[in-house]
Design a binder for this molecule. Structure first.
Ligand code: NAD
Length: 369
C-alpha cells in the first residue's frame, strides 16, 4: 500500500455536508480494506466560513488546500448570504481556491449509466454507452480578458465590452491535458474554437495542431467549430472521446453534454493545475451541482456526484484507475438495485435517502471487492 495521501475536505453549505458525509464513508471503506489511506483535514468554505470567520475562505484554509495532494469540495452558497456584496459572497471562496491554485483545466465527464438511460431527454440509442469528457480552459479567455466594462457614449447610449484573449502558453497547457487524457482513453481529441470568425480561434487551432505534431502524433486530432460541436453533441455524441475548448465555449458545451446524461445529481468534475517536476498537479474535485437549499437538511440529496468526484480524484490525482473503476462499478450496481434519490426517481424504482444511497454503494463495494 502506498503512503498516506493528504486530502483537504471542504463540505461547504446546504447539501454539501450531507453528500460529503457519504464520501467520508467511502474513504473509510478504502482505508479499512487497506486499498488506500488518506490523511483528511477538514476545513470551511463559503457561507459557513463567513458565519464563523467573516470571510468565505481563510488564509489558513487556502494554505492547507494549496499544500494538499487533492481538495474535495461539496457546494457553497444559499439564500442566507444572497444579499452580501459580490466580493463577500460564498462563491468568492470557491473562486479564490481556483485562482490561487491556478486550476486552469476543468474536466467534466458525461457518462451515461445504463440504469439511468431513461433520465435523458435524448433517445436511448443515441446515448447508450456514452462516455465523453470535456476539458474546459478555466482561468483565461473572455471571462477575464481586458478591456472589459460598460461605458456611456457621448450620445448617451451605452457600450458593453469583453475581450477574448489567449496566449500560446495558456492554449498549450490546457491542450496538453486534453492530449494526455485522450492517451489514457480512446486516443481521440477534438479541439473546439471558432477559427472561422475569431483570431483567438485561429491561434488556438494553430497551437493545438503544433503541440500535436511535436509531441502527440499518436493521438487522432480533429478541429471543430464550436457551433457545429454543439449540434454534434446532441446529434451523435458518441463520436467524441475527449473535447478540449476555451472558457466560454467550454461553459456552454459542458452543460449541454452534462444534460445528455439527464441528472445534475450524478455529475462529477475535476479542476487541475500545472504538473510539478514530480508530475503532481494541484487539484480540486467537486460535484457540478450547487448547495440545493430547497432540499438541504432533509437527507434527500443525491450523493453520487460527490462519490464519483472522489473516483475522479483516485484516477487523476493518484493514478488509481482500478480503484476508481471499482467505485464507479459499485455506483452502477447500486442503481441496478433500483434505489433512487428524488432527483433520479423513475417508475418502478424505490425512493431512498442520501444515507441509504451511501449504504447501498458501500454494500456493492463489499460485494465487488
Ligand atoms: P443547485 O444545483 O443547487 O440546485 C438546482 C436544482 O437541482 C434544485 O432543485 C436542487 O434541489 C437540485 N439538486 C442539485 N443537486 C442535487 C442533488 N445532489 N440531489 C438532488 N437534487 C439536487 O443550483 P441553484 O438552485 O441554482 O443554486 C443554489 C445555490 O447553490 C446558490 O447559492 C448557488 O450560488 C449555489 N451554487 C453553488 C455551486 C458550487 O458550489 N459549485 C454551483 C452552482 C450553484
Amino acid at each position: 500500500m502506498a503512503a498516506n495521501k493528504k486530502l483537504v475536505f471542504l463540505p461547504g453549505d446546504g447539501i454539501g455536508p450531507e453528500v460529503m458525509r457519504q464520501v467520508s464513508r467511502v474513504i473509510e471503506w478504502y482505508d479499512r480494506r487497506r486499498i488506500a489511506s488518506f490523511d483528511v483535514a477538514e476545513g470551511m468554505v463559503g457561507g459557513c466560513s463567513i458565519d464563523k470567520y467573516g470571510t468565505p475562505l481563510t488564509d489558513e484554509t487556502m494554505a492547507q488546500a494549496a499544500g494538499a495532494d487533492a481538495v474535495l469540495l461539496g457546494a457553497v452558497g444559499g439564500p442566507k448570504w444572497d444579499n452580501l456584496p459580490f466580493a463577500q459572497k460564498p462563491e468568492r471562496g470557491l473562486l479564490r481556491l481556483r485562482k490561487d491554485m491556478d486550476l486552469f483545466a476543468n474536466l467534466r465527464p458525461a457518462l451515461v449509466f445504463k440504469p439511468l438511460i431513461g433520465a435523458s431527454t435524448l433517445k436511448p440509442e443515441v446515448i447508450d454507452g456514452l462516455d465523453i469528457i470535456i476539458v474546459r480552459e478555466l482561468t483565461g479567455g473572455v471571462y477575464f480578458g481586458e478591456p472589459r466594462g460598460i461605458t456611456t457614449l457621448p450620445d448617451g447610449s451605452r457600450r458593453g465590452v469583453n475581450t477574448q484573449v489567449y496566449t500560446t502558453g495558456e492554449i498549450r497547457r490546457v491542450a496538453r491535458v486534453g492530449f494526455e487524457l485522450a492517451k489514457k482513453r480512446q486516443g481521440r481529441l477534438c479541439s473546439v474554437e471558432k477559427a472561422n470568425v475569431m483570431e483567438s480561434g485561429v491561434l488556438w487551432r494553430e497551437e493545438v495542431q503544433k503541440l500535436h505534431d511535436e509531441e502527440f502524433r499518436d493521438i487522432a486530432l480533429i478541429h471543430m467549430y464550436a457551433d457545429n460541436c454543439a449540434m454534434q453533441l446532441v446529434r451523435n455524441p458518441k463520436q467524441f472521446d475527449v473535447i478540449v475548448t476555451d472558457n466560454l465555449f467550454g461553459d456552454l458545451l459542458s452543460d449541454c453534454a452534462a444534460m445528455l446524461t439527464g441528472s445534475l445529481g450524478m455529475l462529477p468534475s475535476a479542476s487541475l493545475g500545472a504538473a510539478d517536476s514530480s508530475g503532481r498537479r494541484k487539484a480540486l474535485y467537486e460535484p457540478v451541482h450547487g448547495s440545493a437549499p430547497d432540499i438541504a437538511g432533509k437527507d434527500a440529496a443525491n450523493p453520487l456526484a460527490s462519490i464519483l468526484s472522489f473516483a475522479m480524484m483516485l484516477r487523476y490525482s493518484f493514478d488509481m484507475d482500478e480503484e476508481a473503476k471499482l467505485l464507479e462499478a459499485a455506483v452502477v450496481r447500486a442503481l441496478e438495485t433500483g434505489v433512487r434519490t428524488g432527483d433520479i426517481l423513475q417508475p418502478q424504482t424505490q425512493r431512498v435517502s442520501t444515507t441509504a444511497m451511501g449504504d447501498t454503494v458501500l454494500q456493492q463495494l463489499d460485494k465487488l471487492a
